[in-house]
Design a protein around this ligand. Structure first.
Ligand SMILES: *Cc1c(COP(=O)(O)O)cnc(C)c1O
Length: 245
């Protein structure tokens, strides 16, 4: 269960419709198995490396949010689709350098990798200029791997407190990535640490601070068992990525 084969390369609207239905069924089954409401988990499609031609097919099949880890790529897709599909949402899920905050402030609806107050303050200033708001998830490094971004769980309360005066940022929850391993106990340990951290923060956080963005194609069912409310799935919808993101 920790590692499932990515869906075959999807190239038609029918392929995307089928892959989306499969993922949605697995999400619903995992939620039900955990005693949770199927509607309590949102599928965030991860569209990084997917070109606009294929994306148009996925959008026709129902993809309504683009999850991207690189700001420039996300902005290119926003500019391509914003007039034709004004309903699309844009989620930046990868780490962000401060000098790119201005781009995110222009078009992104949600940012899943907030890891410093300095970045938050820069986003706030840029969002004021754009007269926009941004939903943010604080990214926590729950695997202990140095290659993973995010703050330590024990630092989340301090960062959340620092966000309070930044009225353009809407803190909605926490995000993490488990280690890329077949060791289910390690994966579940990451996800349960994120849930426990959220539960502690909820005593001091705004009501909106309830979401857990965790789980990717290989481990979203485990994440749902541990309480995920947003799962970020790319290859399960689009097929295996043949080149690195
Ligand atoms: C690429 C990516 C995902 C999705 O990974 P898949 O294996 O394609 O499901 C999820 N979250 C982040 C932060 C990513 O960069």
């Amino acid at each position: 269960m920790a590692s499932q084969p990515a869906a075959l390369h999807a190239a038609t609207i029918e392929d995307f419709t089928r892959n989306l239905a499969t993922v949605n069924q697995k999400i619903a089954a995992a939620a039900t198995a955990a005693g949770r409401d199927a509607g309590s988990v949102r599928l965030l499609p991860v569209t990084k490396t997917i070109d606009t031609d294929r994306l148009a097919l996925a959008i026709a099949a129902g993809v309504d949010t683009l999850g991207e880890n690189k700001v420039q790529e996300a902005q290119g897709k926003y500019e391509h689709f914003c007039e034709k599909f004004p309903h699309l949402r844009y989620a930046i899920i990868g780490p962000l350098q401060t000098n790119k905050a201005k781009f995110v402030a222009k078009f992104a609806d949600e940012f899943h990798a907030l890891d410093s107050l300095k970045l938050a303050e820069t986003l706030q200033r840029r969002l004021e200029l754009e007269d926009r708001t941004l939903e943010v998830f604080i990214q926590v490094n729950t695997s202990g791997e140095e290659s993973k971004s995010g703050i330590q769980a024990g630092e989340a309360a301090g960062l959340l407190a620092g966000l309070a005066p930044l009225d353009r940022l809407k803190p909605v929850g926490l995000m993490t990535m488990a280690a890329n391993t077949t060791d289910e106990a390690s994966i579940r340990g990451s996800f349960s640490l994120l849930r426990e951290t959220r539960d502690q923060l909820q005593q001091v956080a705004p009501d909106s601070f309830q979401h857990l963005s965790m789980g990717m194609s290989g481990d979203y069912e485990l994440a749902i068992a541990e309480g995920a409310t947003v799962v970020r799935v790319g290859q399960g919808i689009f097929g295996a990525r043949t080149y690195p993101a």
